[in-house]
Ligand binder design. Structure first.
Ligand SMILES: C[S@@+](CC[C@H](N)C(=O)[O-])C[C@H]1O[C@@H](n2cnc3c(N)ncnc32)[C@H](O)[C@@H]1O
Length: 247
């Protein structure tokens, strides 16, 4: 993972709802809800829960614990999810000393840019998953489905407005990083400023995901994901074998 924290999750955290509003997460949250309910999960830990947008939809059906490396993003989440447990921590090293029926790592897993970091995050998921529990891992793409692209979006709320371009490209197809860059125009009343946020995210072949999930102790499968209308093709589901199955 890059040592430079993305601006979007630090000094721009207060703009997150205009960049990525909660309502955009409804369909995928419904898909995750079905996956967890199929396993009878009641308690769910999210690693990299950001502004808590998926959580907003899941909190009616599950007891949620939300964790993120960014205190500023947790503060945003607390605004829309008051009363939920929020804990600051890095998904590569977090150890809460307790386990959950389910663990979710949504698009935050993309910030694992080396195999070592990805393995560490998956191990954290395993350490917090009950025997018999399930982990749902949601990368934007795997190496086989990655497409360079440029999109632009924007919205307004009262005196504030955002317009931004998101530019995803791969400078070196032989390494495990992809450039994920934002050029943002932020308007507050008459004031207009621009910010460039150059992020790096990870890219790994499907077989690497499955191998690392198995390495840390999950029985892993790929599940087709219809929730984003083709934007994202698949998610990884891992089951931690129950004690009886291990003996
Ligand atoms: C796109 S947001 C996640 C959105 C979230 N799933 C939601 O429903 O709102 C990505 C988050 O990953 C977090 N993140 C990045 N690296 C992390 C790490 N090593 N450990 C924990 N969180 C991390 C960022 O701080 C950011 O809040």
């Amino acid at each position: 993972m890059s040592d430079v924290h993305p601006k979007l999750y630090a000094e721009l955290a207060g703009w997150w709802q205009l960049v990525s509003p909660t309502e955009d997460y409804a369909d995928e949250a419904g898909f995750f809800k079905d996956l967890f309910q199929a396993e009878n999960a009641k308690s769910v830990l999210e690693l990299g829960s950001g502004g808590g947008n998926v959580a907003w939809f899941l909190k009616r059906d599950f007891t949620l614990t939300l964790t993120d490396i960014s205190g500023a993003m947790l503060a945003e989440s607390e605004k829309q999810n008051p009363g939920l447990e929020h804990i600051e921590g890095d998904m590569r090293t977090l150890r809460l000393g307790r386990t959950f029926d389910g663990v979710l790592i949504h698009d935050a897993i993309m910030y694992m840019t080396s195999e070592e970091d990805l393995r560490a995050a998956l191990l954290t998921a395993h350490e917090h998953c009950k025997p018999g529990g399930v982990v749902v891992i949601v990368p934007d793409y795997v190496a086989e489905t990655f497409q360079p692209q440029t999109t632009h979006e924007g919205r307004d709320a009262g005196e504030r407005g955002v317009r931004y371009m998101e530019w995803t490209w791969d400078a070196d197809p032989d390494d495990t990083e992809v450039s994920y860059e934002f050029i943002l125009a932020l308007k507050e009343g008459d004031e207009l400023r621009t910010v460039v946020d150059r992020q790096k995210v990870g890219i790994f072949p499907r077989a690497t995901w499955l191998r690392l999930l198995e390495d840390v102790g999950f029985e892993a499968t790929v599940v087709e994901d219809p929730s984003t209308g083709g934007e994202r093709a698949e998610v990884f589901v891992g089951h931690r074998p129950s004690q009886a199955a291990v003996l």
